[in-house]
Design a protein around this ligand. Structure first.
Ligand code: SF4
Length: 284
């Protein structure tokens, strides 16, 4: 189900903390693996069992001291103790899925909360900026709307500069941060069963709801590894189309238009195996 987390006074972090707290208070999770702000200026992941601790949660901070997949693997092993939630970035979820395939992690009883990611910075750079009080937090959050991080003078980590899949997948709860106007609410996709437990309902049109346009075809689809390239201008994945007046601009133009309206384009595989293009837009 798609809904929107309300944001008051443009405070996206406060709205995120409130939502995470609601997961614990509704009994969806008994413990939550999530990054916490420390008094020393760092942001480090921790296992939280007291909802009050979530006042220091900051999963939006553009820093990733460790890959959370290893930590969740250690927490779950073959059996998940109680009901565990984990707030993870897309690359952490992908790594966790690989560990599950190797039987080094267990998804049973685990609620994955995926957050889109506009990139992270080296720990030393992030911590120094935060201690000095000159981290351009507003700039970073507005960069999320444009689909990329912008913090003056700080380069992203090398891995993040090459990341082509910053949108979270394979999670029960998805905070759709990229391409969204977060000042008016955080778009959220949540499994129906969890939505019922949290008392969430589909956000009606005209109340900041995200509109989703889906176009599917019955062709061979586009492999996940090729999707980022398919969105680049003048890219033709099928050489046989080059003789028919196609120049490889269609998807790039759709993406540019979606971004210009504060939305985004995602490519996926449709139920029939063909290409599914999803255009997320937000009401104004
Ligand atoms: S940009 Fe990609 S690689 Fe970097 S932290 Fe985010 S999901 Fe991971």
């Amino acid at each position: 189900m798609k809904t929107v987390i309300p944001v008051d006074d443009s405070d996206v972090l406060k709205a995120t903390r409130r939502f995470l707290r609601s997961l614990m208070e509704a009994g969806v999770v008994e413990a939550l693996y999530v990054p916490l702000e420390t008094e020393g200026g760092a942001v480090l992941p921790a296992l939280v069992t007291d909802p009050a601790m979530l006042e220091r949660a900051n999963p939006l901070a553009p820093v990733m001291p460790i890959n959370g997949a290893r930590a969740v693997s250690a927490l779950t092993g073959k059996h998940t103790p109680g009901t565990l939630g984990a707030v993870l970035r897309p690359c952490e979820i992908r790594a966790l899925v690989e560990l599950v395939k190797l039987q080094q992690a267990n998804l049973e009883g685990l609620t994955l909360i995926g957050i889109d990611c506009a990139g992270t910075f080296e720990v030393r750079d992030f911590t120094a900026r935060r201690k000095a009080g000159n981290l351009d937090w507003a700039g970073y959050l507005s960069g999320l709307k444009g689909g990329m991080a912008t913090v003056d003078g700080l380069p992203l980590r090398a891995a993040c500069q090459m990341c082509v899949t910053p949108v979270a997948e394979n999670c029960a709860i998805h905070l759709e941060l990229l391409g969204s106007d977060l000042a008016s609410g955080i778009p959220l996709t949540v499994a129906d069963e969890l939505a019922a437990r949290l008392g969430l309902s589909e956000t009606p049109r005209g109340e900041g709801a995200a509109a989703l346009l889906v176009v599917r075809d019955s062709g061979p689809g586009i492999a996940e590894a090729d999707r980022a390239r398919a969105l680049e201008p003048f890219t033709q994945l099928d050489p046989s189309r080059g003789t028919k007046g196609n120049v490889g601009l269609g998807l790039a133009i759709v993406q540019a238009i979606a971004k210009a309206h504060g939305g985004r384009l995602e490519l996926a595989t449709g139920a029939s195996g063909g290409l599914e293009a999803r255009i997320f837009l937000h009401s104004v």
